[in-house]
Design a protein around this ligand. Sequence first.
Ligand code: SAM
Ligand code: SF4
Length: 458
Amino acid sequence: MSRPKKKVYIKTFGCQMNVADSEQMAQVLTQDYVLTDRPEEADLYLINTCAIRKKSEEKVRSLLGSLKALKQQRPQMLLGVGGCVAQQEGERLLAAAPHLDLVFGTQGLHRLPELLRRATAKRQVDVALEEGFPPAQPRRWHPAATQTLVTIMRGCNNFCSFCVVPYVRGREYSREAQEIVAEVQDFVAAGGIEVTLLGQNVNSYGRGLAEPLTFPQLLRKLGDIPGLARLRFATSHPKDLSGELIALYGDLAPLCEHLHLPVQSGSDRLLAAMNRGYNREQYLQKVEALRRRLPGISLSTDIIVGFPGETEADFQETLSLMQEAAFQQAFCFKYSPRPQTRAASLPDQVTEGVKAERLARLLSLQDQLTLAAHQRLVGEVREVLVEGASKRSAQELTGRLRTSQVVNFSGPPELVGQLVPVEITEAHPHSLKGRWVAEPSPFCRRPEAHGSPRRLSC
Ligand code: SAM
Ligand code: SF4
């Protein structure tokens, strides 16, 4: 008779990349562990950490401190910290937290079972950075899973002067295309609908592969997989966004009409100091090319306020770029100095007060732009992938448009996991309200390509 499995609780901080890494942790542990959502019954408690801003690191330290009590109640429970903070701090974390059993970096995930075995006898640290892409782990899909994240690259070579990623995730490596295609095929065969490809700079995918392939060529291969309805990716670096990729919008059927294109700042002086590799005009030219190709494309971005030396005039440039690009969504952050990065030692650090004030002005402008974009959708019938019950009401369903906006509407629970046509009836600042168009299945309108709406049956 096989032994009952132990229970693992995984707390994930940070981006989609960390969510994908946590899934991989769960996969490599399946032989001995099942996932639990109740930390108080865990035999193994793992924290997957984010180091991108100081605040995310502080949250990890505060959770770690609060787990002293749980570890006292359950001394046999193993406690591990993985991911970017673990990579950055290594031994220092063990020294700071005597109740911690294991520290593992961003690339040791496949070594986790062995590390855990060793951690039962002696506290362990494994923060080695490897070359290449780690061996693929076979993935098992939950029967109800309709969306998934697929990692296609790891690391980053760009060294933007504010960013800790190249230090904690190492150099950039691409995953072999046949492995990616096989994983997506498996997911679709198991009933999957939407795939998001992950990498820090997906536009540079393919460098160093045995059989060279560009990112658009990879997308074409995936676009040919029958049954794959939606294909997304993150993150796309503006400096490497090619005409070949722009041409795929409106041409490759599963490719969703949304692009996340982080700009960071509208000031040329700051873009140069950030080492981003493009200027304001080049960024806006790419936005224009995307809109020429697909007028209805929705664009989102990341912006940092208060980068060292940022003046009011620089900030005004960011506000005006935001308006010109008419982003549908923007993730805005106060600059946070990070260890090892060049920007952390630059003179003229901006005060917290100024950062907070600029952030508020930025968010207020983005709210207006988002609401205006939402209002333009009212009256349209669009395809929604239904994700579950809405946060506000169990009676309501929630899902996303291909252009990525959240839509809430009434409908039977059987619609969860399906693509359905929904008429947009109300625009709100952070979401849309809609009406399920139950029958007869009409057509959903995709954002227009070259002025001609394309039809698809939902
Ligand atoms: N690879 C992506 C790119 O180049 O656009 C970004 C990945 S990073 C995990 C996500 C976002 O965090 C960045 O786009 C940036 O806006 C923000 N970020 C990174 N470092 C930061 C820092 N030191 N302070 C504030 N925000 C930061
Ligand atoms: Fe960080 Fe720049 Fe790499 Fe993005 S491209 S992960 S911002 S260094």
